[in-house]
Write a protein of this length. Structure first.
Length: 263
């Protein structure tokens, strides 16, 4: 779908301080060349990394609280669904699959830049990583209020879901899903985005870190109904988003103070 790379991937030394980040960029670029990720997806990833710097590239307490609430919602759902786009598949297909199995969630591919070839490639990629019965190839429903290809979905999955996890989301679909009465869980590093503002649970964290934490919480909460209820009763998404923004501001203030004293 896209032209071959002009050169072989760069040999990145493992002791490079940005090794993990550079390896992710290489993987995204490789999968873009195979048609799974779009060029605009690379731009989206770069924008997210900028916000990760503001969080010191670590999971905040606000993100941990949101991840616990997200897992509790998935467990309590009648028809939980994890929505997958190109970037999500490229960044951590394995943990997405593990979380779907742990929480009993279906997986549905839903993308903005949709072609039948790209849909088939993404579904085949997820299945090659171990996913079963990935939905999305044969849509039979539409998300009301959307005119883009993202409106196309399956009744078995997105359309009839009551709780939906949308990693690396865009705002118009999040808003449309909330308007349908769904609990929408977003994973978006930008706590100020339309997605984060619209979601029921806004996780401001890097996707792989978020998924790793959610898998841990899923194992802890699986048979603990009392704790699930306590978490959901206590959780406030507006307070949580404020805490995420406050943490960014605090990190910036600390960086400015360090600069003043020449540290």
């Amino acid at each position: 779908m896209y032209p071959d790379r002009a050169s072989e991937p760069v040999d990145i030394p493992k002791d490079h301080p940005r090794y993990s980040s550079l390896m992710v960029r290489e993987r995204l670029t490789e999968l873009m060349m195979k048609g799974l990720v779009t060029p605009t997806g690379l731009i989206s990833h770069g924008r997210g990394e900028a916000f990760d710097y503001l969080m010191n590239e670590s999971t905040t307490q606000a993100a941990l609280d949101a991840q616990r609430a997200a897992v509790a919602y998935l467990f309590n759902a009648r028809n939980p669904v994890i929505c997958v786009n190109g970037n999500a598949a490229a960044l951590d297909a394995q943990r997405i699959i593990e979380l779907s199995l742990e929480t009993g969630s279906k997986i549905e591919v839903n993308i903005f830049h949709r072609t039948e070839e790209r849909m088939g490639s993404l579904i085949e990629y997820m299945e090659s990583c171990g996913a079963k019965n990935v939905l999305g190839r044969n849509p039979d429903s539409r998300i009301p209020g959307l005119s883009s290809y993202r409106a196309l979905c399956t009744n078995e999955g997105i359309y009839s879901s009551d709780v939906i996890l949308v990693p690396i989301e865009d705002g118009d679909r999040a808003e449309a899903l909330v308007s349908m009465g769904k609990v929408v869980i977003s994973v978006d590093l930008n706590p100020l985005s339309r997605t984060s503002r619209a979601a029921t649970v806004s996780i401001s964290d890097e996707l792989s870190r978020a998924l790793a934490n959610m898998l841990r919480f899923a194992k802890e909460l699986k048979n603990n109904e009392k704790e699930k209820k306590r978490i959901l009763a206590k959780f406030s998404n507006s307070d949580n988003r404020k805490a995420a923004i406050d943490q960014i501001c605090e990190n910036l203030r600390s960086a400015a103070e360090d600069q003043k004293v020449g540290r």
